[in-house]
Design a protein around this ligand. Structure first.
Ligand SMILES: [Zn+2]
Length: 154
C-alpha cells in the first residue's frame, strides 16, 4: 500500500536533482517533473522535457532513475508526457530570479525585450541562436557590453 506521503517523499527526492544545464535549478522547479502518482500500486513519475528536441531528454530520465534507485525506489516508472508542451510559464517567479542570479536571462513573452542579467538593461541583441546549450541563445548587452545567455525554450 502506497501512501500519499510516499509520492511526496519522491517529489522531495527529485527536488534534489539539479538540471544538467542549469545546476542552480532542480528538475521540479524547472517543471520537467510534472507530478508523481500512484496507479494500482505502481508509482509513476510524469515528466515533460523542456522541448521535444532537447538533447537533455534522455539525461532527465537517467538522472531521475539514478536518484530514485539510490534512494530505495528502483521500481518507479518514468513516463514522458509531451502534451501539454513544456512552457516557460511553468517557471515560478522565484525560479526566474534564480536564473537571473546565475547570469541567465529568464524567458520573456515573444517580442518582449530580453533583459540583461548583469545590469537590467533592455538594450540587448542576439549574437547567436545557440549558446552554451541548444536551450540557450547568446546575447550581448549594449549598455554594459557583457555577453549573457538567454533561456529560450518557448
Ligand atoms: Zn548589461
Amino acid at each position: 500500500m502506497v501512501s500519499s506521503s510516499t509520492t511526496e517523499h519522491i517529489l522531495e527526492l527529485l527536488r534534489q536533482v539539479p538540471d544538467p544545464e542549469i545546476p542552480t535549478i532542480n528538475l521540479v522547479e524547472l517543471g520537467v517533473v510534472r507530478r508523481v502518482e500512484e496507479v494500482n500500486g505502481q508509482l509513476k513519475v510524469i515528466i515533460t522535457p523542456t522541448y521535444t528536441g532537447c538533447p537533455a531528454k534522455q539525461l532527465f530520465v537517467d538522472l531521475i532513475r539514478e536518484q530514485l534507485t539510490a534512494s530505495g525506489y528502483p521500481d518507479v516508472a518514468i513516463e514522458m508526457q509531451l502534451y501539454p508542451v513544456w512552457s516557460t510559464d511553468w517557471l515560478s517567479e522565484e525560479t526566474k530570479t534564480k536564473l537571473l542570479k546565475t547570469g541567465i536571462s529568464p524567458p520573456v513573452a515573444q517580442n518582449a525585450p530580453v533583459v540583461c542579467p548583469h545590469c537590467g538593461s533592455k538594450e540587448t541583441k542576439v549574437v547567436s541562436q545557440f549558446g552554451a546549450t541548444p536551450c540557450q541563445a547568446l546575447y550581448t548587452c549594449s549598455s554594459c557590453r557583457e555577453p549573457f545567455s538567454y533561456f529560450k525554450c518557448h
